[in-house]
Design a protein around this ligand. Structure first.
Ligand code: SF4
Length: 373
């Protein structure tokens, strides 16, 4: 640990620790394992299978941070676990609380990289927005997270632990993290196996027990992985970051559209809705003067008219590193009204944490800037 600081800003912000950046080989997180996988690991080493339940209880019910605290496990087993796994791989560097209750965390990973996780308050519960990659290689033109490129994929356990860390913060007020959205930094389908492992662990009754219908996976549109995900036939919510009603505009906003073209993407989405029987959410960020005109809404309604879907309209925050500006309020409502006129289900997403660094990647971008100063 290099330094310990406490800083106050206009919002409640606590800066705790900063470790030296280094790149050791990654040790596996114990949170990557399902109970049955733990059981197998234990029995292969001559331990009783029931120890897996005890371990899961320490991890997900008592939520301890070290193997040393697992007092009903034999000392020899604790040593073996320590040699193979870490319990705590995330160190809280910054925790910011907004006036609306949104909490934004900046965590440092075991190799020194930092990631963001956000807790958002809704009427229906507390939702944790998790990160799946350090950086991102998709290159969306409006996104701060992609500025430094992709550094590495997160382990499944590192994604699970984000929810555990947030739950531990909520434990102080006896609240529960009831929902999870995979919409933080990174493209989840670009880290498919870790994402699937994460989904299984947080959904497990002995784990955090978060219901499938309380989990949302969001993608920028990696077509082959959409087919693969559809074939999993999960009851999980699925969202596509669409952001444009035609190919030309989408390629400008999201270069992935050049590799995975809009007509093919829509076909993959139709496959998903047919295969799962579930509707899809289209995420549509409104960028002032770019994609937010009534004509765009008309075009969007036409594009998705035969898809079982819902549209989330997201008035984008100003991103300092990018040129986009906010859409005026009256125009946001005009866009929504046009979609509804065509029978499209649409809602305007409420902003969370607008008094803190709320846009995807802003906190991490700020931290990276500080690191280079
Ligand atoms: S919006 Fe998502 S997919 Fe696009 S660059 Fe940012 S993190 Fe990657």
């Amino acid at each position: 640990m290099e330094e310990t600081k406490v800083e106050q800003t206009n919002v409640e912000e606590t800066k705790v620790v900063r470790k030296k950046k280094e790149k050791p080989n990654l040790k596996e997180s114990i949170y990557s394992l399902l109970p049955e996988e733990l059981e197998q690991w234990l029995t292969e080493r001559g331990h009783k299978a029931f120890r897996a339940n005890q371990l899961y209880d320490w991890l997900y019910v008592k939520r301890v941070d070290s193997f040393d605290e697992m007092s009903n496990l034999p000392a020899t087993l604790r040593e073996e676990l320590k040699a193979s796994f870490l319990v705590k791989t995330l160190e809280t560097i910054i925790q910011q609380t907004s006036a609306d209750g949104t909490i934004k965390f900046l965590f440092q990973l075991q190799d020194g990289y930092s990631i963001e996780t956000v807790l958002m308050r809704h009427e229906y519960g507390n939702s944790v927005c998790v990160t799946t990659q350090v950086g991102c290689r998709i290159g969306c033109s409006f996104c701060a997270s992609t500025l430094g490129g992709l550094k590495r994929n997160l382990l499944g356990g590192e994604i699970v632990e984000q929810v555990v860390r947030v739950q531990k913060a909520l434990d102080e007020t006896s609240e529960r993290a009831s929902h999870v959205v995979i919409m933080g930094i990174g493209e989840p389908l670009d880290n498919y196996d870790a994402m699937m492992s994460f989904l299984k662990v947080i959904n497990h009754k002995k784990g955090l027990n978060i219901g499938a219908r309380h989990i949302t996976v969001s993608t920028s549109g990696i077509i082959p992985k959409i087919y693969q995900f559809a074939d999993e036939q999960l009851q999980i919510n699925f969202a596509l970051s669409l952001h444009a009603p035609n190919s030309e505009l989408r390629s400008r906003l999201m270069p992935i559209n050049k590799a995975y073209k809009l007509p093919d993407l829509m076909e993959a989405i139709r496959y998903y809705t047919d295969k799962t029987g579930r509707r899809v959410s289209f995420e549509y960020g409104l960028f002032g003067g770019v994609n937010d005109q009534v004509e765009h809404a008309e075009e969007l309604a036409k594009l998705i008219k035969d898809v079982k879907c819902h549209v989330n309209l997201i008035p984008v925050n100003y991103v300092p590193e990018r040129d986009y500006v906010r859409t005026p309020r009256n125009q946001i409502f005009a866009f929504e009204k046009t979609l509804k006129k065509h029978g499209v289900n649409a809602t305007i997403r409420r902003e969370h944490g607008s008094d803190i660094d709320a846009a995807c990647g802003q906190l991490r971008a700020k931290e990276r800037k500080q690191e280079t100063e």
